[in-house]
Design a protein around this ligand. Structure first.
Ligand SMILES: [Zn+2]
Length: 109
């Protein structure tokens, strides 16, 4: 347990929505906040979804580096991934991004 969690009060208002029933929530990056059960569920869901996205992108980038790693190389990888993300977001907003198999997610509580 890190020092921040050790000194944080057990209960406090939710740092996300302000309801009075916030409890300690440990983020993957190590910092601590207080979330009510509903916000904690939402953050855990987002965290898991983005972790899975990172894992899938990592596999694609590792395969790409195996082919293109020396030329053009990975010097501007961050910029390239940012541009790809921007294109995909534009397509998503325009409704042209392939979403086959997308199903609505129902919260457990
Ligand atoms: Zn909340």
């Amino acid at each position: 347990m890190n020092g921040e969690a050790a000194t944080a009060p057990l209960y406090r208002k939710c740092d996300s929505c302000g309801t009075p029933n916030g409890v300690i929530y440990h983020h993957r990056e190590g910092h601590v906040e207080h979330y009510c059960p509903r916000c904690a569920q939402r953050y855990a869901l987002y965290d898991t979804a983005y972790f899975q996205l990172e894992a899938q992108v990592r596999l694609a980038v590792e395969a790409w580096v195996g082919i293109w790693g020396t030329s053009p190389g990975i010097i501007d990888l961050s910029e390239q991934l940012g541009q790809i993300g921007g294109k995909l977001l534009d397509e998503y907003k325009a409704g042209t991004l392939a979403q086959e198999g997308v199903q609505p997610f129902r919260l457990a509580a």
